[in-house]
Design a protein. Structure first.
Length: 381
């Protein structure tokens, strides 16, 4: 039994721990239900959800703090005089105040994660160029001579390029041993971002580096009957190319399409990691048991760009080279392509932000003392 005037830590701890389990079920179950039932649900900044880990930590700090305050109260006065010397506190108010602050923080973190669901069609006038990005998804793109690896560096470069589009239209081709259209040419930047998330080294089953096939497929994706400027950007390490990539670039240039190349990797190269459950457990070996080293084939990529009347840029740890390419693309003549409808996700952060702010303000405003009408008069024995 707790000393009068102190906090009932045992009771509060039991209630808080049970509510923590209920809270975990609420968030996990709610997440699953929304993901199943709410169309087009997504988080703009999902990494912010790691902040939810602060909730259990706050619970531990809350209980430890109550224990420290109890010890301080017991040192301050004897148990029979303590209720007369300190203001009476309400354990219920202490509990409710903590829950408001703790779960208010959770809703604010959810708002920072940027929940979006529901879509709207918006009209935009497209006045720019048509562009197809052909990205290498072969196993060699897993090499880590660029941080964190070539594939992730390529995705970052493409994401930056999409952000720079202003009225231009974009398509995506993925290739390894074969080439496929991942996204037809569109002015919908949201769709481009969505399709970009699915680009990885598992996108194409046949291994290899069919750069020529990718350039040919990109060229065929354009409507060459209409006027306008067109360009292809090939993002690859250029290793183990299997076809006439230079001839494909030359044919594209003859059709009025500029072919740029971005080299992913370094001439020194690196080993190809083997992962199991997300952890590196070794490196790829050849038939003789030697570690496979993947290197950037820079001369070949330079020749492709030269045949395509374009630029060759090598990506580094610091820059993907997209800035230089965007400047060159901006110098190309633009053509009005007409009005296009694109899908925009609706931001819904304001709802959890409002709930979280209200709960936090209520928690901060709520005191721990009992209502003055219910307090014992300290002057009475």
């Amino acid at each position: 039994m707790s000393t009068p005037g102190t906090y009932r830590i045992g009771t509060l701890a039991a209630i808080v721990l049970v509510l923590e389990l209920v809270s975990a079920v609420f968030w996990v179950g709610g997440w699953w239900l929304i993901d199943q039932e709410v169309p087009a649900f997504r988080l703009e900044n999902p990494v912010m959800l790691y902040g939810m880990l602060a909730g259990p930590l706050l619970t531990v700090i809350f209980l430890v703090d109550l224990g420290w305050r109890n010890r301080a109260l017991k040192r301050f006065a004897a148990p029979d005089t303590l209720p007369r010397m300190v203001p009476a506190t309400s354990n219920l108010r202490v509990l409710v105040r903590f829950l408001l602050l703790r779960h208010g923080l959770s809703f604010i973190i959810l708002a920072l994660a940027g929940p979006q669901f529901g879509t709207r069609l918006s009209e935009v006038r497209s006045e720019g160029i048509d562009l197809v990005v052909a990205v290498d998804v072969s196993n060699s793109m897993e090499c880590e001579d660029l941080r964190p690896n070539r594939m992730e560096a390529a995705r970052r470069a493409m994401s930056q390029l999409i952000d720079e589009l202003r009225g231009d239209r974009l398509g995506i081709v993925v290739f390894a041993g074969e080439a496929f259209v991942q996204l037809p040419i569109t002015a919908d930047r949201s769709a481009a971002k969505l399709f970009l998330n699915s680009v990885n080294t598992n996108s194409v089953g046949t291994q290899g580096t069919a750069i020529g096939a990718a350039i040919d497929l990109a060229r065929e994706s354009f409507d060459l009957e209409t006027p306008g400027s067109r360009a292809i950007i090939v993002i690859t390490d250029g290793e183990n190319h299997e076809d006439d990539a230079e001839g494909a670039a030359r044919q594209a240039a003859e059709a009025g399409i500029v072919v740029h190349t971005i080299g992913m990797g370094t001439p020194e190269g690196g080993a190809l990691p083997v992962r199991r459950n997300g952890q590196v457990v070794g490196f790829r070996k050849d038939q003789n048991g030697n570690t496979v080293v993947s290197r950037l084939n820079e001369p070949m990529l330079e020749r492709i760009a030269a045949q395509g009347n374009g630029l060759y840029i090598r990506a580094t740890h610091v820059s993907s080279g997209i800035e230089q390419l965007v400047a060159d693309l901006r110098s190309m003549s633009t053509t009005e392509k007409g009005n296009y409808m694109y899908t925009a996700h609706e931001d819904q952060f304001q709802y959890p932000l409002g709930i979280g702010t209200l709960m936090t303000l209520l928690g901060l405003a709520m005191g721990e003392r009992r209502h003055w009408l219910r307090q014992r008069n300290p002057l009475k024995p």
